[in-house]
Design a protein around this ligand. Structure first.
Ligand SMILES: C[S@@+](CC[C@H](N)C(=O)[O-])C[C@H]1O[C@@H](n2cnc3c(N)ncnc32)[C@H](O)[C@@H]1O
Length: 544
């Protein structure tokens, strides 16, 4: 591209191929101009967005970047709205103006938006995502775009762009209240600090961080929720003046300074669904100072075998429809097997009674502060339990918790069965072929999670009952059952858990909370494998 002549100075600038610009006024539609946009600094070091006619030294339009906002109208269209002062020095008269910008390609539109955010943040050394070559902007794909299918991410960010879904999370008071408590009780970690809110959504965590005394918060959000976040933050000016909302993906935006602390709520069903933990780890590598903190810093997947005859029959019965030999004269049975498999490939999401667990849970920890992003691509967990009862095992129950390891207070956010229900509920992988176990018998197996480009995981589960009793062959496997499920396609059952917590159980749980004397088997640990009673299983669930 030929650079506009006015930009041949020593000042850093960033130019773009020509766009069509029209001034939107209430009176008459303005002419459409073909102009070259350019980001640069003026003599007073203020970031400007200028539009030049070809071969012109003088910009047709010269906007103060700090006073304008852009809105995405479509893939190729942006609306640029802002206040423009008649006199830059005095700013005596200012009035609102709106311009429509039409790009030729999606890449050009995307690169312009990225550049806009960078320059607005004071990106003197703002770089394009690729060099300007032969008049085209070469935008290299970000880490996110490389691994995530674009249809999936479009639907994902569309979902989070809607207030109703943010409200759903805000109304999960266990979740939001725990974040609030963890942040406010640990003011010492926030006061005077630079914070990055990773996937800010409505901006709620940024506002909490500002309440806790943060010096400045960068709220990064990729979906259109940013517009609502900006309004919410502007509506809370005493906090909002310390918050900058940035539209873009964590993998793509640039920030002007390193963060002392990252806050985020990146957890999906089974902790890892949505693959946002990878984004959280990327944010750590890109934005966190080497001695910085993460809120939360640790996540743990908990797993235990369960027995639930009722659930098993409910799922198996769904396929019975395909057992009909005469459905309007058609034999449906050729599809029965596929339908049966299909129903058992959906993990079940609901809140279940913890008395359905047949052994204490094991734990697989994920340390967000130290793990590599690639470690989340494939997660392999060996399973080993001792059944506390003789029963039919119908599968594996899973839930998670995360730790806010504050300097003043440590707080856990748990989604355990029996704990106050969250919008994550719990997740159960149901075996099409249950296994029979006796009390004291060992259950082994493997939970293998393989990420896919639709922002989720394929789950491979194998569970086996080991030989048991006097004379049993050492290490011999009696029965094995396997299944493959798609974490992206759960069956939301969402039945209410039955009342079960006895007063004495409540008391014993509270005592356990106080003493913190709970040591469930860590996955890579070698805790003693002893048969326990159902009430011991309940007691072994993690504290709130
Ligand atoms: C679970 S919501 C949490 C929202 C908010 N932090 C809260 O706690 O209410 C996750 C948010 O992160 C955003 N998000 C996910 N991946 C992102 C990415 N790669 N870059 C920026 N934002 C992302 C989503 O659009 C969504 O709004």
């Amino acid at each position: 591209m030929e650079a506009p002549l006015g930009q041949q100075s020593q000042q850093p600038s960033q130019e773009f191929p020509s766009i069509s610009l029209s001034h939107l006024s209430s009176s008459a539609p303005s002419a459409v101009l073909s102009v070259f946009p350019s980001f640069a600094y003026d003599q007073a070091d203020r970031p400007r967005l200028r539009f030049y006619q070809p071969s012109s030294f003088v910009p047709d339009l010269d906007l103060d970047l700090r006073k304008i906002q852009i809105f995405v109208l479509g893939h190729l269209e942006l609306l640029c709205v802002g206040e423009e002062a008649d006199d830059d020095e005095e700013e005596k008269e200012s009035f609102s103006r709106a311009y429509k910008i039409d790009f030729k390609t999606k890449d050009e539109s995307k690169a312009f938006i990225l550049a806009f955010e960078k320059w607005k943040l004071g990106g003197v050394d703002a770089k394009t995502d690729g060099p300007l070559e032969n008049g085209t902007i070469v935008v290299s794909k970000s880490k996110f775009d490389n691994k995530i299918d674009s249809t999936s991410s479009k639907m994902y960010f569309h979902y989070y762009g809607q207030l109703v879904h943010q409200q759903n999370m805000l109304q999960d008071y266990v979740r939001t209240g725990t974040y609030y408590a963890a942040i406010i009780e640990n003011r010492v970690d926030f006061h005077g600090r630079i914070v990055v809110d990773v996937g800010a959504g409505s901006g709620i965590l940024s506002l909490f961080a500002a309440q806790a005394g943060a010096k400045h918060v960068y709220a990064v959000e990729a979906s259109d929720m940013v517009e609502y976040a900006r309004r919410l933050i502007a509506g809370n000016p005493s906090l909002g003046q310390r918050i900058t909302v940035i539209k873009g993906k964590i993998e793509e935006v640039e920030l002007p300074e390193k963060a002392d602390i990252l806050i985020s709520e990146p957890m999906g069903t089974l902790l890892v669904n949505e693959r946002m933990l990878e984004t959280y780890v990327i944010a750590r590598d890109r934005f966190l100072a080497s001695d910085g903190k993460m809120f939360p810093s640790l996540g743990r997947i908990h797993m235990a075998p369960f027995s639930d005859e009722y659930l098993f029959v409910e799922i198996a019965n769904k396929a019975l429809f395909w057992q009909q030999h005469n459905y309007y004269g058609v034999d449906l049975t050729p599809l029965y097997g596929s339908a049966f498999q299909g129903y058992f490939s959906q993990p079940v999401v609901d809140a279940f009674d913890p008395r359905l667990l047949v052994s204490p849970p094991i734990i697989h920890p994920l340390n967000f502060s130290s793990m590599k992003e690639e470690e989340l691509y494939e997660i392999d967990i060996p399973l080993s339990f001792i059944s506390s009862v003789g029963t039919r095992v119908h599968g594996l129950a899973c839930w998670f918790d995360v730790l806010f390891d504050g300097s003043s207070v440590q707080r856990w956010l748990t989604t355990a069965p029996g704990a106050p229900t969250t919008h994550w509920y719990q997740l159960r992988c149901v075996l099409a072929q249950p296994i029979y176990v006796m009390a004291g018998q060992e259950i082994t197996g493997r939970l293998h999670l393989v990420s896919h480009s639709a922002q989720s995981y394929t789950i491979y589960l194998t569970m086996s009952a080991k030989m048991w009793g006097p004379g049993a062959e050492q290490g011999g496997i009696l029965q094995t059952s396997s299944c493959k499920l798609d974490l992206k396609e759960p069956y939301y059952r969402l039945s209410q858990p039955q009342p079960f917590v006895l007063q004495q159980d409540m008391q014993s749980q509270q005592q356990l909370m106080q003493s913190q004397d709970i040591s469930p088997q860590i996955q890579d640990g070698t805790g003693p494998n002893i048969a326990v009673t159902p009430s011991q299983i309940l007691d072994s669930l993690d504290p709130l």
